[in-house]
Design a protein around this ligand. Structure first.
Ligand code: KG4
Length: 341
């Protein structure tokens, strides 16, 4: 009989549910929250409320689209953290209630592990390539910037991470500063394609080892724009494509320098990316370009699996299920990675 996992994700501002059967995706439903756009960032209180409204219809639709009922489900996997506590509480409590009512076992999933394993989601009529172990994952989102060494589905080690802001925050801040809206990544990405990345240069931080820093470059963009606007109030409007292109190039260079260093240090040539920023067209091209140059085998997740989604929670849950892991009913969400056991 097939192992059918229902995945539930509610760590930030996307409510998502997915069903996978023996690793094959049957459904992946996502309700995004437009309510935050007006504020230029995610408002935790509003996110929790929207999850509360969305979770029942989203889970119900995921089951319907997959053509299964709760009686067919083998286990319920949910995101335990890291993320916004109020958001996590909605998904966790819902999963616990559903487990209690249906008698199906509960499986806790680390959100980051979902991103790391996104390439293992199999789809009918697709090539379904996945990396061999060990591989390196560049995990880049609105909350994280990490290089992770993955030795097996359940064994991984963080080799480097940001010491301040996440790279997604730098994209979002750039967009906010320039009045381009939220989330910033997709807008900056689109404008960068029309701009000249060599015209305005932003200096890279000097951080030892494989760690990252993105707060300094955010500030240098702020000062750059402020100083130029003092000379010409229309400077930003006239040059926004070139500013975005230069800023995006600097962020990608920072990410790639450390990834190349990690690949050299570990000798690992299987390279993947994950997280919302892995949707960035410039970053995707840079990974492929460097991969060809350095003999890496590269894996870029489909766009729908780059941002928060429950399919990746379901696949990670599937691996935990196969390993015999189950969560107790008194499991509580954790907001920070450090609290994860
Ligand atoms: O993984 P994600 O959906 O949520 C978490 O942070 O957990 O990532 C969201 C981040 C935002 O900062 C958003 O601006 C960024 O991913 N992002 C992008 C692109 N699409 C989304 N950044 C750069 N280029 C993109 N195309």
């Amino acid at each position: 009989m097939a192992d059918i996992i229902l995945g539930i994700e509610s760590s930030c501002d996307d409510t998502s549910a997915a069903v996978i059967s023996d690793g094959f995706l049957l459904s992946n439903v996502l309700a995004s929250q437009d309510v935050h756009k007006a504020y230029g960032g995610v408002i935790p209180e509003l996110a929790s409320r929207a999850h509360q409204l969305n979770i029942v219809p989203v889970v119900s639709q995921a089951l319907t689209l997959a053509g299964v009922g709760m009686s067919d489900i083998t286990a319920i996997a949910f995101t335990r953290g890291p993320g916004l506590l109020g958001s996590l509480l909605v998904g966790t409590s819902f999963a616990k209630g559903l487990s209690l009512a249906s008698g199906k076992p509960l499986i806790e999933v680390n959100h980051l592990q979902g991103h790391i394993l996104a390439n293992f989601i199999k789809q009918h009529d697709k090539e379904n390539r996945h990396p061999e172990f060990p591989y390196l994952c560049l995990l880049v989102s609105g909350g994280n910037s990490q290089i992770v060494r993955v030795d097996s589905p359940l064994e991984y080690e963080i080799l480097g991470q940001t010491i301040d802001d996440a790279v997604g925050e730098a994209f979002d801040k750039c967009s906010k500063m320039m009045g381009l809206g939220y989330p910033g990544g997709p807008v900056v990405d689109r404008l960068a394609k029309e701009g000249d990345p060599e015209r305005f240069k932003f200096s890279k931080p000097h951080v030892p080892g494989l760690d990252y820093s993105f707060s300094g470059i955010k500030t240098s963009l702020l000062y750059f724009v402020r100083d130029r606007m003092a000379e010409d109030p229309d400077f930003m409007e006239k040059n926004k494509a070139d500013i975005c292109a230069g800023f995006q190039k600097a962020l990608i260079d920072i990410l790639m320098d450390k990834l190349i260093k990690a690949a050299k240090m570990t000798g690992i040539r299987q390279i993947t990316i994950g997280g919302g920023v892995s949707a960035n067209s410039g970053l995707r091209s840079a990974i492929v370009r460097e991969g060809e140059k350095r003999g890496w085998t590269t894996f870029l997740p489909e766009f729908k699996f780059t941002t928060d989604n429950a399919a990746m929670i379901a696949i990670a849950g599937y691996f935990h299920y196969l390993a015999g892991e189950r969560a107790p009913l008194d499991v509580a969400p954790v907001s920070r990675l450090a609290e994860f056991h």
